[in-house]
Ligand binder design. Sequence first.
Ligand code: ATP
Ligand code: MG
Length: 254
Amino acid sequence: MNLVILKIGGSVITEKGSVSSAKKPEIERISHEIASFKKEADLDLILVHGAGSFGHPQAINWVKEGFDAKGVYLIHSSVNILNSMVLDSLNNAGVNALPVHPLSGSLLEDGRLIELQVEKIKLMLERGIVPVLHGDVVMDRKRGAAILSGDRIVPYLASVMNASQIGAGTDVDGVLDEKGTVIKKITPMSFIDMKKSIQGSGTTDVTGGMLGKVSEFLELAKKGISSRIFNASKKDMVSKFLYGEDVGTLITDK
Ligand SMILES: Nc1ncnc2c1ncn2[C@@H]1O[C@H](COP(=O)(O)OP(=O)(O)OP(=O)(O)O)[C@@H](O)[C@H]1O
Ligand SMILES: [Mg+2]
């Protein structure tokens, strides 16, 4: 069965300029767009959400100085609050969704993702359940603990699970050039010239903002797997992406 992997950015479901501030109406709107799609389409869906203002501001000092147990606890419990809101909203909208917390079952080695709970995720999909992962703090063999971004979870899962449709919804129309126009397609070749117009984030983002996202997705493109970056803050855009429309920026190998 075809597999869709969708990341909803923390910039969409939280106020990234604040601390621990959720945009509940946005979470609900997106849950309903997902619910309508799941009712109609016979596709497997994995959802990943960013940490937004429940993760980036909390993590910033620990990222600089290294994580201790208290830091891991504080960041994870904060992101967990956002994850519960997303899960409640999806289930209330009629989507059978369950959490998969990276801290509980993933492992990093010097920031590189080497283990994720894929078997558990497959079992959920077989039963029509939408697994919901999120950016998190995760134990790391070398660093003790480190941040695992949703932008890295997406290409990892896309590659090991052979996903057919991959997208990241964020708060801008796609990857923009220096004039503010959406770049329709980015390839590893074209990225060389475009790189200078792609920055981090306008707000606190410990995982590289837009440049981090594009870099992660380009690694996936090099394996022959395309993905999209589009605006999930606009009504019906998540729906359009799910139905396979040409939204935002396509990141592809050629
Ligand atoms: N060339 C560019 N095109 C589009 N956005 C850009 C560009 N350069 C920098 N940005 C910034 O990247 C931001 C989106 O990345 P950001 O990491 O903040 O969001 P997110 O990934 O959706 O959130 P989270 O990391 O919490 O999941 C935009 O709001 C914009 O300010
Ligand atoms: Mg980000």
